[in-house]
Design a protein around this ligand. Sequence first.
Ligand code: C2E
Ligand code: CA
Ligand code: CA
Ligand code: CA
Length: 275
Amino acid sequence: AKDSGRGNRQFYQPGMNVRATDVLHQERLLREAIANNAFVLHYQPQISLADGSLQGFEALVRWRHPERGLVGPDEFITFSESRGLITPIGRWVMHEACRQLKAWQDEGLAMVPVAVNLSALEFRQRDVAGEIAAVLHATGLAPRFLEIELTESVLMHHTGQVLETLNAIKTLGVGVTIDDFGTGYSSLAYLKRYPIDKLKIDRSFVMDTPQSADDVAIVTAIIQMGHSLQLKTVAEGVETANQKDLLHRLGCDLVQGFLVSAPMDAQAAHRWLSP
Ligand code: C2E
Ligand code: CA
Ligand code: CA
Ligand code: CA
């Protein structure tokens, strides 16, 4: 896959010669972080290409690491999965995103949905639909203000159970986005089998546009297919005005990326929401 920035920066990978004491040390720090809620969510805006308006935020988790400062998810999500520690982190993320959005709503701010990432392992291991229902109930956030981002790998396995869970999420009124679209070993059949609302075009297809004719063709095809299936399309990792202009011309609905804004803390995100 072209997206080499993703998933290759974990602390420890098979075959890497790391000392077991380091693993145990990091695991202990992670357990402490979970006990102390030493995580923070950053929010990255998604804007409409039609009128530039804010249409949503993606919530991205960071770890306030005692020795290394703010650590990004690529460096601890896979590690926490391997140590059996992803569930409490994922639960915290879901709850915190919903709590924050409801707090903004209670302040009288203009509301947009927040998107929360769930890894394939989390989706398999947890009663995601039941948990979402409980978090929405506990925080009081309306379901239309929550979206779930899933990668294609979720959809490949355990078809019956995945369909049941997605239908339950849909019934709640929560949106479902396929993240990193086009990078998985996907069968397009799942796009009609599952209740999906949005396709998020992976950054690896966006980053070499408009120069790469191949990538322009791929992005064009994804947007057209998405629209024929009544799905919204979002492009991630948009860094240049040329990329944005191309996406606009191609009819893409939303963009997200450094051109608009890097992920930011809650205080900065607050400023994007006018009363
Ligand atoms: P993702 O879902 O594909 O999220 C987009 C990543 O791209 C984020 O990295 C974001 O900061 C980065 N990004 C945004 N705009 C640009 C851009 O214009 N250019 C470039 N080069 N990068 C951009 P981040 O925050 O480090 O997150 C990495 C991954 O970690 C996410 O990829 C997501 O798969 C995962 N992740 C983040 N938060 C969570 C979470 O709460 N739970 C789970 N399970 N996974 C999470
Ligand atoms: Ca995502
Ligand atoms: Ca993504
Ligand atoms: Ca991506």
